[in-house]
Ligand binder design. Structure first.
Ligand code: UTP
Length: 286
């Protein structure tokens, strides 16, 4: 069995929901307290044993490349000022993994973004983690998916339970349960109305894919929003092969959504020893 060594992280979207903040900077670089969203995601991948991070980027996303590279001038200034802790942290960021970049020339959707990484994947299974979906968990969510992959050796999607009235915002799984956390997917339904949803298990930003997915993506027609949807390609793949859903342990935040982003900041802020009690007091006062 081939080990999951690579992750594709698409970060080429326009981030229109966050305009004007995203006019000149990537959404994925917005900070949760003092760390950009994208760094949490890379750290999750690295903690799961992934060695190579493939970013699918676009022209507006250069800040992401700079963030994961060395910055010699900053290092020099920090050394001069004897700010050792800061220096250690910024050096650690560029040493975390092997970072590779490929451009998606036009933002034609998530499926198209993943397809842009085809030549870098070669013939091995790989992970996909969306650049704005944070999962706060003890065991990295992508590691939980890798475990399921190792058992069944086919596509795995990460799912979380959502409120029944919200099924029309997500790809929803029709599950045949194997155990409490794992199911084989009978079919995937894209954004079903609550009354038509086969379950409340929503696909939320984490996948393990096999290289055969590229055959499905290469002939995938445009779907919802006029975009090439990854979910549509996975739905076709599952009909021919098999797919599994892993209900991971962890709290999911869609940081591409303003309210969820604010909730994530509050939650990560409350975990910070240096000001958590002051923040709690402030929130209670509101
Ligand atoms: P979103 O669905 O949040 O789209 O993408 P978006 O364009 O970034 O944001 P809005 O909807 O305009 O506000 C989820 C992830 O997939 C990437 C995004 O960068 C984000 O990390 N993506 C999306 C691509 O890389 N390419 C695309 O064509 C679309």
């Amino acid at each position: 069995m081939k080990k999951i060594r690579k992750v594709v992280i698409p970060v080429a979207g326009l981030g229109t929901r966050f305009l004007p903040a995203t006019k000149a900077q990537p959404k994925e670089m917005l900070p949760l307290v003092d760390k950009p969203i994208i760094q949490y995601i890379v750290e999750e991948a690295v903690a799961a044993g992934i060695e190579e991070i493939i970013f699918v980027t676009s022209s507006n996303k250069r800040a992401i490349e700079d963030h994961f590279d060395r910055n010699f001038e900053l290092e020099y200034r920090l050394r001069q000022k004897n700010k050792q802790a800061n220096l250690k942290e910024i050096l650690r960021i560029s040493d975390m993994a092997n970072f590779v970049y490929v451009r998606q020339k036009t933002p034609r959707g998530l499926g198209h973004a993943i397809f842009s990484a085809r030549s870098l994947i070669e013939n091995e299974p790989f992970a996909v983690m969306l650049g704005d979906d944070i999962i706060d968990s003890r065991v990295p969510a992508i590691k939980q998916l890798i475990k399921v992959y190792e058992k069944y050796q086919d596509v795995v999607v990460g799912v979380t339970k959502v409120a029944k009235k919200e099924t029309d915002k997500y790809g929803i799984v029709d599950p045949i349960f194997i155990d409490q956390k794992t199911s084989q997917i009978k079919k995937l339904v894209e954004k079903p109305a609550p009354a038509k949803a086969p379950s409340n298990l929503a696909i939320t930003g984490r996948y393990i894919l096999t290289p055969e997915i590229f055959d499905f993506l290469s002939e995938q027609k445009t779907g919802a929003g006029g975009e090439i949807q990854l979910t549509d390609a996975i739905a076709r793949y599952i009909k021919k092969r098999a797919g599994y859903a892993c209900t991971y342990d962890g709290d999911y935040y869609d940081c591409g959504n303003k309210l969820e982003f604010i909730k994530a900041i509050v939650n990560f802020g409350l975990k910070r020893k240096e000001f958590s009690s002051q923040l709690k007091k402030y929130l209670k006062g509101l």
